[in-house]
Design a protein around this ligand. Structure first.
Ligand code: ATP
Ligand code: MG
Length: 414
């Protein structure tokens, strides 16, 4: 009985089987965040459009073409959040979190929205988990957030992961470099793709991401910022590398790495997975020392990451089996239904997962149902008040002591 309604393009339902793998991921992330002192923050699913225009950047793909923007009844322009960092920085400012012990370490998990062309690993509503460490410019903070994501991916057992690391330098160094990069691109305009050519002056870094041969040829000889890092920027990058080396985290320095957001400074990183084809990035992030000032706060250094939950799950591609039920309460006689209902609640309070027939089936139907839901034992309440306990794995059945039904059921469990 198919309905004429379907989930909107680029969205999906998480059915119970998939929800189990997702729950395992969420639990692992929550534990890693808690152990490292990253407390949870939750922000609204939509914000003022201007927050993302400012905080993500006018020249980015996200702001240029991927936002779900709408007007509310009061004529305000709102946007479904395409990413988490701008909202968290807004909350940091709004709630005066600069008065707390610094750095403020936060983590989040939830749905995000981008109007993209749907394909495997790319959706219009997807989920990210992430962490932000706000209020320290030390390379120690960069190393810590990289380690958190590295830990999560290895704890989950994501195969074929590689960490790519780069640096964009400080805002000033980055600005000077961008001028040289623009000059290089203008000098080779004829060889560039139309999209890259049109954006030379708005977002020249994106040319490193282009997949056409012409642009790639031009980029092979382009100046990179990593090779010209100097002074404190170079020291900062070197220290991040030394910290990762000391922690035994391997990485490849990638001087062509760019990130989708405008506000990155210094460290940028990306975890890619070779099992994922075109949408290979499972997560990434970097330092964004200029963002909070950009949003109207005092200059505040910060670093963070975001990882795509669907991409991690795709890379893991695992089926987590259903837990099954400890017990099922069946009735041989309809007169016993109330007793069964009272007992099932008692069992649940004692920490046992237990179900009772909710469809008023015959005894045979109940036993079949108990088998389908994977119940390990079935208690059959008889008309005369006695009870039979059946072990569904061995098929053994015996008379239960009705005075101690709770003990009977718990005792049957290892
Ligand atoms: P991509 O280059 O794949 O578009 P991005 O640079 O836009 O990625 P970020 O903005 O850094 O990605 O988002 C962090 C992570 O969120 C990505 O590494 C990816 O795992 C995930 N992600 C981003 N966009 C989507 C999407 N539309 N659907 C599913 N996951 C996504
Ligand atoms: Mg993108």
């Amino acid at each position: 009985m198919a309905s004429k309604f379907q989930a909107p393009r680029g969205t999906f339902d998480v059915l119970p089987e998939a929800a189990r793998a997702r729950a395992r991921l969420e639990r692992a992330a929550a534990e890693i965040f808690a152990r490292a002192g990253y407390e949870t923050i939750a922000t609204p699913a939509f914000e003022d459009t201007a927050l993302f225009e400012r905080g993500v950047g006018q020249s980015t793909d996200i702001v240029r073409k991927e936002m779900f923007t709408f007007e509310d009844k009061g004529g305000r322009s709102l946007t479904l959040r395409p990413e988490g960092t701008a909202s968290i920085c807004r909350a940091y400012l709004e709630h005066g979190m600069h008065k707390l012990a610094q750095p403020v370490k936060l983590s989040y998990l939830g749905p995000f929205f981008r109007h993209e062309r749907p394909q495997a690993g790319r959706y219009r509503q997807f989920h990210q988990l992430g962490a932000e460490c706000i209020g320290s410019d030390s390379p120690l903070a960069d190393a810590e957030v990289i380690m958190l994501l590295s830990d999560l991916l290895s704890e989950l057992g994501v195969p074929g992961v590689e960490l790519r690391l780069g640096s964009l330098g400080s805002l000033e160094a980055r600005r000077a470099y961008l001028e040289d990069l623009k000059a290089h691109l203008h000098a080779h305009e004829g060889e560039l793709s139309k999209d890259v050519r049109e954006r030379i002056d708005i977002n020249p870094l994106r040319a490193f991401d282009a997949d056409d041969e012409g642009t790639q040829g031009v980029m092979a000889s382009a100046p990179t910022i990593v090779e010209r890092l100097e002074g404190e920027d170079a020291e900062h990058f070197q220290e991040v590398r030394s910290l990762l080396d000391a922690a035994g985290i391997s990485y490849a320095v990638d001087s062509t790495l760019v990130r989708g957001l405008d506000y990155y400074t210094r460290t940028i990183f990306s975890f890619v997975c070779d099992q994922l084809g075109a949408q290979s990035e499972v997560g990434g992030g970097g330092r964004y020392d200029g963002l909070i000032e950009q949003l109207g706060g005092a200059p505040t250094p910060a670093v963070g990451f975001a990882a795509g939950i669907e991409r991690i799950l795709l890379a893991l591609d695992e089926a987590v089996p259903a837990a099954g039920r400890d017990a099922f309460l069946a009735v041989a006689d309809p007169g016993q239904r109330r007793r069964a209902m009272a007992l099932v609640v008692e069992l649940r309070h004692a920490g046992i997962s237990a179900e009772v027939d909710l469809a008023e089936r015959s005894l045979k139907g109940q036993l079949k149902h108990a088998d389908r839901i994977g119940a390990r034992q079935v208690l059959i309440l008889e008309a005369d008040g006695s009870a039979q306990l059946r072990d569904m794995e061995t098929g053994e059945q015996r008379t239960a002591d009705t005075g101690k039904l709770l003990e009977e059921m718990t005792g049957g469990e290892p």
